[in-house]
Design a protein around this ligand. Structure first.
Ligand SMILES: Nc1ncnc2c1ncn2[C@@H]1O[C@H](COP(=O)(O)OP(=O)(O)OP(=O)(O)O)[C@@H](O)[C@H]1O
Ligand SMILES: [Mg+2]
Length: 369
């Protein structure tokens, strides 16, 4: 027996009768995510529980999902289990299940397979997330600011004809986690993950949709280079000394001692089209990548504009960037097919990746330079 999701509120008893808990997915500060399977139909869903003291966060999130109509680039919200109706603590959110995981994991698999996230997949990521943002910013009852866009909050759904041999090149990317979503212009402070947050001045201002656009740029920088889109440790030490007369040592920025400083580290733009030498010498990247195209960089740069008044909006991205991305994706797809047929190296030179560093970043989103 399946559940009529159209009713949105699902009775705990009826859910337990039909579904069994299959697999743990994630344990977060506010609750956990598990995979559940329908006993008869095999339908898979993800259930996000609350921690008893954090139930209000899930309640807010449910209200947001109920107010945002379904969209291709936003995780499918199926329904919820009530506050008093779910153990250990309600309410819980029920989502379509994403087999492949989030964009953090996606980068990890891509780096193993192709040495980096290929340009074509970055176009697809920027295209899909732009459309998801445009939806919540401009097409719902209110204009919403997501407030916490980062790799872990974008899920990866492989394309229909995915052959499972390699990570999906052109998956559908969907925004998940409305846990920090607010109506635009109603909160006075950025409350998301600081590594992907807007410029410092904007963090203590009323939050607008432009903050999400900046976080999209930061997330793309992370996908491309695997580093936090912030000043490197050395740059931050100099900045703290010059601007705030504060002496910080490198060891204070490592491991759990970093916690006390991370909120103070400003974001940093790094161009995607810099040569490998420039990446190493000017941008301080330990593992340079063959440069991405000028065209991709031109659009990415518009996301990273310091001044929110000048920064591109998701409405403009949907109108003007998405058609360009669609054409570029087709062109790169054809070029990859041709290269595969002729046995040429498709996009990148081989890059040596330090596995140790990659593992160290789990849960934070990048290498601290
Ligand atoms: N529908 C889903 N299918 C598969 N995995 C999911 C799904 N929803 C969430 N996840 C995984 O669970 C993780 C946490 O989910 P989510 O971001 O909604 O919770 P959270 O409240 O942000 O957790 P945290 O407190 O750690 O920030 C995601 O980063 C993703 O890896
Ligand atoms: Mg999250």
């Amino acid at each position: 027996m399946s559940i009529n999701w159209a009713q949105r509120k699902v009775e705990g008893k009826s859910f337990i009768e039909r579904f069994t808990r299959k697999r743990f997915i994630h344990d977060g500060s506010d609750g956990s995510v598990y995979q559940w399977e329908n006993k008869t139909t095999g339908e898979l869903v993800a259930v996000k529980d609350s921690k008893p003291s954090r139930a209000h966060k899930n309640s807010n999130e449910i209200i947001r999902y109920l107010n945002v109509p379904a969209h291709e680039n936003i995780i499918g919200f199926l329904g919820y289990l009530g506050v008093r109706d779910w153990t250990p603590a309600g309410p819980a959110l029920i989502f379509e299940y994403c087999e492949y995981g989030d964009a953090y994991e996606y980068r990890h698999y891509m780096v193993r397979q192709e040495a980096r996230v290929p340009e074509i997949s970055i176009w697809k990521f920027m295209r899909d997330v732009s459309l998801g943002l445009d939806w919540i910013h401009n097409h719902c009852e209110h204009s919403y600011v997501l407030g916490d866009l980062k790799p872990e909050n974008v899920l990866v759904f492989p394309e229909q004809d995915w052959d499972k041999q390699a990570p999906p090149l052109l998956p559908t990317f969907k925004i998940c986690d409305f846990g920090r979503m607010e109506i635009s212009d109603t909160v006075n402070k950025f409350n998301g993950t600081v590594e992907f947050g807007p410029p410092m001045a904007e963090r203590n201002m009323v939050q607008t949709c432009k903050a999400d656009v900046f976080s999209l740029g930061s997330t793309i920088q992370w996908l491309a280079f695997g580093v936090f889109p912030q000043m490197s440790n050395e740059e931050f030490i100099e900045y703290a000394k010059d601007k705030h007369a504060r002496l910080i040592t490198l060891s204070e920025l490592r491991d759990n001692r970093r916690e006390q400083w991370r909120v103070f580290i400003p974001p940093k733009y790094r161009p995607l089209n810099a040569s490998m030498e420039e990446q190493r010498e000017i941008w301080g990247l330990k593992y340079p990548q063959p440069p991405f195209s000028n065209l991709l960089n031109g659009w990415y740069k518009k996301l990273c504009e310091e001044d929110p008044a000048i920064r591109i909006g998701s409405d403009v991205l949907a109108e003007f960037f998405v058609p360009v991305a669609d054409l570029e994706i087709e062109r790169l797809k054809a070029a990859r097919s041709l290269a595969a047929a002729t046995g040429e190296n498709q996009e990148a030179e081989t890059i040596i990746v330090d596995e140790e560093d990659d593992v160290l970043t789990r849960g934070l989103g990048g290498i601290a330079l």
